[in-house]
Design a protein around this ligand. Structure first.
Ligand SMILES: [Zn+2]
Length: 460
């Protein structure tokens, strides 16, 4: 009896294992079949990852960014456009995992669960994709980066459409480089879309978050007078300022980006409030840009000392920001606290004209509207009273610059993030220029070029 029971239980376990295994296999085939079929080692496939039968990728104006000619995948006719749009579009290698050709490959190739890629070509269901980006604006931003690497993103904070997204280092997808020991510095991180996946110390752009925490938790913040003597000792260590600002109020302290004032504010607010504010404003969040996940920023005050907290409030310590997330946060401020989450794929359509997708933005509330309105005034004041309102030719811009120290004797990263208030060109942006110098002088002109180019797109 006991043996029978043992056997029955054993039999049952094996049956469960079999059914479970079959279930897992079915699940994995349904989720991974496309990836398996399109691996380079699949001898049934030829050439470039199935892309030789993929549909067309257009920019917002119908300019072709990738298409298939005589069984070969080819990219924009224009060399600079190919470099400027590489990280959004992708290349044959699929090394850029967040590119449209990687993420939307099923749609582009017409991969079919029953037939795989084996449908006769007359029945192929490959689809075309129209992006929200303007390739000319991308090219302008790419050129504005000059010899530097970095990231530029501009999106419409009312609709969520990304108009410009550029990541550099880049290469020509028509003629991808072989990366060797000799050229690896030139191509450092070249397969990473810095807009989507990049993480950088935010420097003083983080003072937007410290400001929000002050607005919400220090009722007398606008009536206080701080004193900057060029440095301050917090928790036993010096925190230095770029300048000696003397007696200074909150608004001017942000415009002049005084480290002493913002280190003192972060210190006074404490770890819990600083952490909570950063998280609520989406600093540590991964967003879905359509189906493309952004890298999660880092802000971790768990167990941080008094001095570390002070550094964190001015965007140093272990703080890391993602450029797309910074643009989203600025878009939320522009929108009275609600962010319309950006997307890059406007439509997916087949030969039969059926639109598989017609995107609209999802909305997320990140900031209290009263806080957003006060941040708006502060960021506008930064431009009018400090950076200079004539910096932008046709736009009324609210912004914050940052100069993020990176150590190792390297030049700091230059940041500028913000948005325009113009109703005919509601654009939020983030610009980072790696190892280039001061935020205002280096990232500023790049932001101007990209923002004016995108405003032009919306106004024409
Ligand atoms: Zn100062």
């Amino acid at each position: 009896m006991k043996r029978t029971l043992t056997r029955s239980i054993l039999g049952l376990i094996m049956a469960i294992a079999f059914v479970g295994g079959l279930g897992l296999f079915t699940f994995r085939i349904s989720t991974n079949a496309n990836a398996w079929v399109q691996q380079n080692y699949n001898g049934h496939m030829s050439g470039s990852s199935g892309l030789e039968q993929a549909g067309i990728i257009y920019d917002r104006n119908g300019n072709i960014l990738a298409h298939t000619v005589d069984g070969k995948r080819v990219y924009s006719d224009d060399y600079e456009t190919r470099l400027a749009t590489l990280h959004v579009v992708g290349d044959n290698s699929l090394n850029i995992s967040t590119a449209v050709q990687s993420i939307y490959r099923d749609d582009l190739t017409g991969f079919n669960y029953v037939w795989g890629l084996g449908l006769p070509s007359s029945l192929k269901s490959s689809k075309d994709i129209t992006l929200t980006i303007d390739s000319q604006a991308c090219k302008t931003a790419y050129e504005a980066l000059g010899d530097y690497n970095g990231a530029v993103v501009v999106y419409n904070y009312k609709t969520g459409e990304v108009l410009c997204s550029v990541s550099k280092a880049s290469y020509d997808p028509q003629d991808p480089p072989e990366i060797t020991e000799e050229n690896e510095e030139e191509y450092a991180g070249v397969y990473v879309d810095r807009v989507i996946s990049g993480l950088y110390p935010p420097g003083s752009t983080f003072k937007i978050i410290t400001s929000a925490a002050a607005i919400e938790n220090m009722p007398d913040i606008y009536n206080r007078t701080f004193t900057c003597n060029g440095s301050v000792n917090i928790g036993g260590q010096e925190i230095s300022c770029m300048s000696t600002h003397g007696d200074i109020g909150f608004e001017d302290a942000l415009a002049h980006s005084c480290n002493v004032v913002f280190a003192e504010i972060a210190d006074e607010l404490g770890n819990d409030i600083m952490q909570k504010t950063a998280e609520e404003m989406g600093f540590t969040k991964s967003y879905s840009v359509g189906d493309i996940p952004t890298a999660r920023g880092e802000y971790d005050l768990l167990g941080a000392s008094q001095n570390e907290r002070a550094w964190s409030g001015i965007g140093q310590f272990t703080d890391l920001a993602n450029p797309m997330q910074m643009a989203i946060m600025c878009g939320a401020i522009a929108n009275g606290g609600d962010a319309n989450i950006p997307f890059e794929v406007k439509t997916i359509s087949s030969f039969f004209g059926l639109a598989g997708l017609n995107n609209t933005a999802k909305t997320e509330s990140l900031i209290k509207s009263s806080t957003a309105n006060q941040l708006n005034d502060l960021m506008r004041n930064n431009v009018t009273s400090y950076y200079g309102d004539d910096m932008f030719e046709t736009l009324s811009v609210c912004a914050k610059t940052g100069t993020a120290e990176v150590g190792d004797g390297k030049e700091p990263h230059a940041w500028m993030v913000g948005y325009s208030q113009d109703t005919d060109a509601p654009l939020a942006f983030a610009v980072i220029v790696e190892n280039s110098g001061y935020g205002y002088s280096v990232a500023g002109p790049v932001a101007v070029s990209a923002m004016e180019a995108c405003a032009n797109v919306l106004r024409n």
